[in-house]
Design a protein around this ligand. Sequence first.
Ligand code: NAX
Length: 328
Amino acid sequence: MTTPIRVSVTGAAGAICYSLLFRIAAGELFGPDQPVILQLIEIPPAMKALEGTVMEINDCAFGTLAGIEIADNPEDGFKGTNVAILVGGRPRGPGMVRADLIKMNGPIFESQGKALNKSAADDVRVVVVANPCNTNALITRSNAPDIPKERFTAMTRLDQNRTAYQLANKAGVTVNDVSKITIFGNHSNTMYPDIYNATIHGKPVTEVITDHDWLKGDFISTIQKRGKAIIEARGKSSAASAGNAALEHVRDWFSVTPKDSWVNMAVNSDGSYGVQKDLIYSFPVRCDGKGNYEIVQGLEINDFAQEKMNITQEQLLEEKGHVADLID
Ligand code: NAX
């Protein structure tokens, strides 16, 4: 029998996981022939709710699910894990600014980094979804010194997917016709969706969409503020679309990226495009099917793009400053 892959997920009783876990259990991460064991992590007050989610997953009788383990602490929950998806965190409360959220969530990722370092399998790959996800990933990585830096990522796939939809909708084509979208920087309202290297039906986006004011203005702010717009409409934050993006992030990390295309993940900066080394910054990447990736090189960065890339880098440096005590 094929050895099951162990997938740990934090925040397992929350809204995103209510969509994500069922799809992992159904085999959508590694295909129908690869069994998975779910290792679900919550905080003690949410364990009862988690038990309910587990009952429902079991009631789906998924053939690819080889087992579920639950834990109320990260050390047990990350034991032997091959993939860790860090969704759990405290939400931003009324009157809180981003800096408050960063400081409040920081210690969670400090302890989860330490637990990953101690308990995870040697080949572990980590993606942080919980916001502020780039900086939380930086904290997690800094507290797991035995795990290679490249294994820590944060999720900007939702921004990529949102961009694909907006461009396709504007051009009157399907998302399958849109390729080579780039997401640079922080998953926040400074994130920069670059379309100057993207194509529609193989042609530059700027040739197909001639409303360049829209491309430079409303399009970018729509992507940057999409999360807020969803909260305003639904009364709750994005959940199913975020769960889908987390699934696609991990699935594509373990897949061979098709030629002439790329995907976006916030990863350890190696200095590409002048981004400060060791920041967790979103780049376009290509994956080799074995859990490794390379940052796509040689993209043309015009002045407009450079300015936006600098703004989002500044915000990441500021966030890093807020958590300096957790990353030294
Ligand atoms: P919920 O509040 O529904 O669920 C969060 C869960 O995390 C709760 O069940 C809570 O008990 C649990 N939790 C809290 N601290 C924990 C800890 N130390 N260990 C384990 N579990 C813990 O939030 P949900 O809607 O699921 O969103 C989760 C996170 O995703 C939030 O931080 C949110 O900001 C972030 N998002 C990130 C996105 C991205 O694109 N990167 C988009 C969607 C989403 O906003």
